[in-house]
Design a protein around this ligand. Structure first.
Ligand SMILES: *Cc1c(COP(=O)(O)O)cnc(C)c1O
Length: 378
């Protein structure tokens, strides 16, 4: 009997230790980790420098709340804004869903401050933005809404890569559009360049805020620091971050163009834990390190994609180290088989094998993974 609520179906393995791209279970078996805590452990397991930073910062100050000045947030925010396409400001929280909540609240407040009744959001089918009510309302997956209705008013869902479907949903009351440039949980579905260009145009034409959810794609995952930067014409007003930002410590962030950011004023939104010295200090290091890793993420990612295509298992999708193989059948069984082969992979959207390895992955690890995958799919 378990004292835990039953909301996860857990795989039958107990990991007790990790090092780099490898995990070890309670029997001492070694596994190549290609999911990295769902895109979280960007620098791999137990990166020595992160261990050192956690330990030294814990000795100084772990948490002090947002009642006081916080130079650790300032330092990290400056680094995140430096990678943004324009000047901006940052709000810190603890998770992806919170970063999306902040984005939605900020967008509504921005239009309210301008005296406009623009409160609706157009999101996309198969998107994933989180599990709290705002972000869940933005999530275009009916099965995740089931039993929790009603959702927040004002959300509708267009089809990714179908600009007409977006036009149809926009009206005078639309505050903004929210999307992932590569849908993660929804099955590693990339938005096409031409579609994104039209979407950006639409936002300019109809005065809509463009919110890009970079919780999964951000912080180097796709080979650019933010995935939207693969498209030089994209100028999001707000982006959301979490997952890989802390390489394992819980931190989320919402970045907004300066003029939009000004709608948050003292008391309008907050978080008790958000951006404490410990997590900011770690994330600050992660950001520097990931910037150095970007060329490698691109080259190892391309190599990985090519090797996966050679396996001929199905369509290979994604970019950098965010890749998926769309199978013609359910993929759950293969995840178990992979575990038996010492390989940790993930199945999302029912039939997509998803890879979100640590960004420190090297070509030799790809070769090892491919050999193991051959045995799994034999
Ligand atoms: C994982 C994810 C979230 C939610 O993050 P949590 O930390 O689980 O709340 C939001 N958006 C995207 C794109 C995600 O992949």
């Amino acid at each position: 009997m378990s004292y835990l609520m039953n909301n996860y179906s857990r795989l039958p393995v107990k990991f007790v230790k990790g090092e780099g791209v490898y995990l070890y279970d309670d029997k001492g078996r070694k596994y190549l980790d290609l999911i990295a805590g769902v895109g979280v452990n960007s620098l791999g397991h137990a990166p020595p420098e992160v261990v050192k930073i956690i330990s030294s910062q814990a000795k100084e100050l772990i948490h002090v709340s947002n009642l006081f000045e916080n130079p650790w947030q300032e330092e990290l925010a400056q680094k995140l804004v430096k990678e943004f396409h324009t000047s901006g400001k940052v709000f810190f929280c603890n998770s992806g869903t919170e970063s999306v909540e902040a984005a939605l609240k900020l967008a509504r407040k921005y239009w309210r401050d301008k005296g406009k009744n623009k409160y609706k959001f157009v999101a996309f089918e198969r998107s994933f933005h989180g599990r709290t009510y705002g972000s869940l309302s933005a999530t275009g997956q009916p099965k995740l809404h089931q039993g929790f209705e009603p959702m927040l008013p004002g959300f509708s869902y267009a089809k990714l890569n179908d600009i007409d479907s977006v036009y149809k949903l926009v009206d005078e009351e639309t505050a903004g559009i929210i999307l992932e440039v590569i849908q993660g949980e929804g099955g590693v579905n990339p938005a096409e360049e031409e579609f994104l260009a039209k979407l950006q145009e639409l936002c300019k034409e109809k005065e809509l805020l463009l919110i890009i959810d970079e919780v999964q794609t951000g912080i180097g995952r796709t080979g650019e620091f933010y995935a939207y930067k693969h498209f030089s014409f994209l100028e999001p007003d707000i982006i959301t971050l979490a997952k890989g930002l802390g390489s394992g410590v819980p931190i989320g962030a919402t970045l907004a163009r300066e003029e939009v950011a000004e709608s948050f004023t003292p008391g309008s939104h907050g978080s008790t834990f958000g951006g404490n010295p410990l997590v900011c200090k770690v994330a600050s290091y992660v950001v520097d390190k990931v910037k150095d890793l970007l060329p490698r993420v691109r080259s190892v990612g391309e190599y990985f994609k090519k090797r996966l295509e050679e396996l001929n298992l199905g369509k290979v999708k994604g970019r950098g180290l965010m890749l998926g193989i769309e199978l013609k059948e359910e993929c759950k069984g293969y995840v178990l088989k992979a575990l038996e082969e010492g390989l940790v992979i993930n199945c999302t959207a029912g039939n997509v094998i998803r890879f979100l390895p640590p960004l420190i992955l090297e070509k030799e690890h790809v070769d090892e993974a491919v050999e193991k995958l051959k045995r799994v799919f034999k």
